[in-house]
Ligand binder design. Structure first.
Ligand SMILES: *Cc1c(COP(=O)(O)O)cnc(C)c1O
Length: 386
């Protein structure tokens, strides 16, 4: 029996051929394909600039670093996210502060952001959970009022739209937006990420920091003793993407609308069935047709079901089906409790949500038969005890 994971890549022969062509070309590391991929991401999202990097985490790190926030700054992010959204602040000496979520969208709640703003707050990193955009209009207006910078962690949301219809990544509501191209995300480069911005200064700083803080552009160097010369102007990192990865990214990006359509079709099929089950809360989409669903998250009433989440996950595995929990609230992680004194109880809505959530398989390469298998297994496992 084939195992159905909760997420996986969607790779076809065109993807394979384009990577092979690049492998046979002159450039393996960052070269013309990276530049082409960055331009394609700008064209797709509408942002002015793009810096492609080695991972979504590297993208978050460069984004926070480029802001050059003063010593002692605090940043607010959602506790319902992958740890990297907060870790990227810590890398840059910014103290992460965790806001609670909205109980229907599972996205950061602007009211909770407001409650956590102090005189030291300089940054908000909003996460578009499962593909649905956070309330960016409210967040942008809070940011304006309190003089905060805004990063969008759009690791889940390439292909999604804001309620105004424009594309995530255009940075209309933020200084910077990051994407991840990890294989479980909507499109992949194996590992990879990108930062979008409309700010020329942030863009130049990120170009420098992506490659050791070294400039090779004579017009940007303090002196030019000869053709060998390069100049280290900041302490950067090695966060470059390879040309093979960028070639794969270009090919994947060209299919993003069909990936989105297939993901939405799978979600609609699930919702039609699970919406009838009194033990299940299906995802709430705030704005029709806007989300490029990265995750399909259900809330289950385990108490009424008379089974634990461990039981349900185990029974799904016995049917050859993977599931996952998104996310363990970051403020409850031991490292954050030890280093930033965060505590259980800090974000009650996210903690309650965490007790009942479960993500079912969702990826564009999932077949109708696979989905039928998942639906019948869930119907069997999650039913009212009679
Ligand atoms: C996947 C993910 C990241 C990190 O991306 P990587 O490419 O794995 O480094 C960051 N934030 C969120 C919300 C993610 O889901």
């Amino acid at each position: 029996m084939k195992f159905i994971p909760y997420g996986r890549q969607d790779i076809d022969q065109i993807d394979e051929q384009t990577v092979l062509d690049t492998l046979r070309s002159d450039f393996l590391t960052q070269g013309p394909k990276v530049a082409e991929f960055e331009q394609a991401l700008c064209n797709y999202t509408g942002a002015r600039y793009c810096v492609a990097v080695a991972s979504g985490t590297a993208a978050l790190h460069l984004a926070v670093a480029a802001l050059e926030l003063p010593e002692g700054s605090e940043g607010i992010t959602s506790t319902n996210t992958f740890t990297a959204s907060a870790n990227s602040m810590v890398y840059c000496g910014v103290k992460p502060v965790f806001a609670d979520i909205d109980s229907r969208s599972y996205n950061i709640d602007p009211r909770s952001i407001l409650e956590h703003i102090t005189a030291q707050t300089r940054l908000v990193t909003a996460v578009h959970f499962a593909g649905q955009t956070a309330n960016m209009a409210a967040i942008a207006s809070l940011a304006q009022e309190h003089g905060l910078r805004v990063i969008e962690d759009a690791a889940h949301a390439i292909g999604s739209n804001y309620p105004d219809g424009s594309k995530v990544g255009n940075c209309k509501y933020s200084d910077l937006t990051i994407f991840s191209f990890h294989p479980v995300k909507t499109m992949t480069t194996g590992e990879g990420g990108a930062v979008m911005t409309n700010d020329a200064d942030l863009y130049q700083r990120m170009l420098l920091l992506r490659s050791h803080g070294i400039s090779k552009d004579p017009s940007r160097m303090s002196r030019n003793p000869g053709p060998w010369y390069y100049e280290m102007q900041a302490l950067g990192w090695h966060y470059r993407l390879t040309d093979m990865q960028a070639a794969l990214g270009l090919s994947q990006l060209s299919k993003i609308e069909s990936f989105k359509a297939r993901r939405r079709e799978i979600v609609a099929n699930y919702n039609a069935v699970f919406g009838q089950n009194p033990l299940i809360t299906i995802p709430h989409e705030e704005m029709a047709a806007s989300s490029c669903f990265h995750l399909y998250v259900l809330k289950l009433n385990f108490e009424q079901l008379g089974k634990s989440r461990v039981d349900v996950m185990q029974q799904l595995v016995e049917c050859g089906i993977g599931s996952q929990v998104h996310y363990i609230p970051v403020h409850t992680q031991p490292w954050y409790q030890d280093n930033f004194s965060t505590r259980q109880g800090d974000c009650p809505i996210a903690e309650e949500y965490y007790q009942s959530c479960l993500s079912l398989p969702l990826y564009s390469s999932m077949s109708d038969d696979d989905q039928r298998r998942v639906i019948s297994a869930v119907n069997e496992i999650v039913k009212c005890p009679s």
